[in-house]
Ligand binder design. Structure first.
Ligand code: MG
Length: 160
């Protein structure tokens, strides 16, 4: 019988001037970027937390503390690769991931295929096992005002 585990991840980063906007490892040309210790890739962070949650391995703050200079400006896709390796060390494989970016602007639809491919490559799975969606929150709250972006992710993993 298959032994599946499910996990959820959620992350938020503030938008600010003078930073690149990186989502799922894609550089999205935009007047602002996300503020953070690493590359602040809010989508990839939510995916990592979903995987760690499913594996019962805590969260990214535990594995990659933002007080550690080693992670300054870090490429979050590299951190995702590390998370998937941790799962592998625990006999766990990724079945699929589904994620949603919450952002008022810019339009993200044309960038989503690249995000799927990047996330899939970092996790060693097919793009068809990764889904990425984007939605606005209808101008409401901190995403609506453009103060920040958020991302949710759910992951299903399987004990091998
Ligand atoms: Mg984060």
């Amino acid at each position: 019988m298959n032994d599946f585990r499910i996990g959820h991840g959620y992350d938020v980063h503030r938008l600010t001037e003078g930073r690149r906007l990186i989502l799922g490892g894609v550089w999205v040309p935009w007047e602002q970027g996300l503020l953070g210790h690493s590359d602040a890739d809010v989508l990839t962070h939510a995916v990592m937390d979903a995987l760690l949650g499913a594996a019962g391995l805590g969260d990214i703050g535990k594995h990659f503390p933002d007080t550690d200079p080693a992670y300054a400006g870090a490429d979050s896709l590299k951190l995702l690769e590390h998370v998937v390796k941790l799962l592998g060390d625990n006999g766990l494989a990724v079945s699929n991931v589904d994620a949603t970016i919450l952002a008022q602007r810019p339009k993200l639809a044309s960038h989503i295929p690249g995000m799927r491919d990047n996330l899939a490559r970092a996790m060693g799975i097919e793009s068809s096992q990764v889904n990425v969606k984007a939605t606005t929150e209808e101008g409401l709250g901190f995403t609506g005002s453009g103060e920040g972006m958020a991302a949710h992710a759910v992951a299903l993993i399987e004990k091998m």
